[in-house]
Design a protein around this ligand. Structure first.
Ligand code: NAD
Ligand code: WQD
Length: 341
């Protein structure tokens, strides 16, 4: 089976995708410098799939290090590029770190793909590229518009770098997957999201609060113009997301794509409020969550959700997992990770 290079494959979305690639018979080579992940995840991938992906602890931004991987695997058929720093607030505090890491890792990867004649690519993009004023629901035809964080700008710049690279490499075919809000965990509870330090994202903050690691959840904003006053997002289950990557890989490997470039929004297409997340989490897991309202978080929008029609029609992919299932799996993972009965 074709060999797939997965950068950032020890991370949240990467590790779940690796599992689905292995389950679908692909060979996988992971490159991750473990800046935001831990090595034990590789053992868990092995436990779940019965297969051992090849692993290199390498910084993608370092071409001299990354070339060793290509020298040993000149038969790589396609790369999926997850490796990036992703914390919005941290990116405002450390812009150069974000630009250096996220831009140089893409550039050095493309450079080596070019040298080794690898022409298929899947990029981890984000709904954040559509900017602050995008009309809802967000579809793929929207212009890339100014966004507030350096992190968001790295994603926009990466999409521009890819477009420019594609102009001069006519055999290069790539898919950009623009995720909305990924949540959940593998149903085994063996792997899941592993934030280092205090989580910024809602669901890991909820599971850590339920586990007693955090005192209480602060709900940012109670006065949005939404049905219950709390902000709405489009939450997408991690296993559904992983499946979309497998379908994108299949599409590129089997040359089903008519164009050089395709973008797909990966969301459920449904806006869900913070309050609905809390209520569902409590109901499905039989837990009372400690939470209170706090002021709006700077930069947050009231509502964001995807128009997910294109992924359904073209990629034949749609979100299947219910919110309740995602939140049950997220809690299962938090419990197993912290040895809570
Ligand atoms: P994550 O931090 O869990 O995974 C990223 C992985 O990349 C980590 O294992 C990290 O160690 C690795 N990494 C970072 N820089 C690297 C480098 N220079 N060389 C090698 N490895 C490196 O994040 P995630 O949630 O799995 O996100 C994966 C991708 O999806 C990222 O590109 C992120 O920007 C994008 N994305 C994430 C979300 C989200 O909310 N989780 C939403 C939209 C887009
Ligand atoms: C979700 C909702 C918060 C924490 C981020 C990035 C975006 C994309 C996905 C990468 C919001 C509320 C949160 C808390 C809360 N990532 N919240 N209390 O901000 O929608 O999107 O991740 O590309 O670019 O910006 O996700 O999980 O932080 O917040 O009330 O402790 O939960 O206000 O309404 P967000 P999130």
């Amino acid at each position: 089976m074709p060999k797939i290079l997965v950068t950032g494959g020890a991370g949240f979305i990467g590790s779940h995708t690796v599992i689905e690639l292995l389950n679908n018979g692909y060979d996988v080579v992971i490159v991750d410098n473990l800046v935001n992940s831990e090595k034990f995840i590789l053992k868990k991938i092995e436990e779940i799939t019965g297969k051992t992906p090849t692993f290199y602890q390498v910084d993608c931004a370092n071409t001299n290090e990354l070339v060793t991987v290509f020298n040993q695997h000149p038969d790589i058929a396609l790369a999926i590029h997850f490796a990036a720093l992703k914390a919005v607030k941290e990116s405002i505090e450390k812009p150069l770190e974000y630009y250096r890491n996220n831009l140089l890792s893409l550039i050095s990867l493309l450079d080596l793909m070019d040298r080794f004649g690898i022409e298929k690519f899947v990029f981890s993009s984000s709904c954040t590229i559509y900017g602050e004023d995008a009309p809802l629901p967000m579809d793929e035809n929207l212009q890339i518009m100014p966004t507030t964080s350096p992190y968001g700008r790295t994603k926009q710049m990466c999409e521009s770098i890819l477009a420019d690279y594609a102009v001069v490499n006519s055999n290069f075919k790539y898919i950009s997957l623009r995720y909305f809000n990924p949540i959940g965990a593998h149903p085994s509870g063996l792997i899941g999201e592993l934030p280092i330090g205090s989580p910024n994202n809602l669901v890991p903050y909820i599971t850590q609060t339920a586990a007693g690691v955090r005192d209480e959840l602060k709900v940012f904003g109670s006065d949005y113009s939404t049905p219950d006053g709390t902000a709405q997002r489009d939450y997408i289950d991690i296993m559904d997301l992983a499946q979309a990557h497998v379908q994108s890989v299949d599409r590129l490997i089997n040359r089903l794509e008519p164009q050089q470039f395709e973008a797909f929004n990966l969301g459920s297409g449904k806006p869900v409020s913070v309050k609905e997340i809390i209520d569902t989490f409590e109901r499905v897991n039989g837990i009372h969550l400690k939470w209170s309202f706090a002021p709006r978080r700077a930069g947050d929008l009231p509502t964001i959700y995807a128009d997910s029609k294109k992924a359904k029609e073209v990629l034949k992919w749609e979100a299947k997992t219910s919110l309740a299932e995602s939140l049950a799996n997220a809690w299962k993972w938090e419990r197993s990770h912290r040895n809570i009965d």
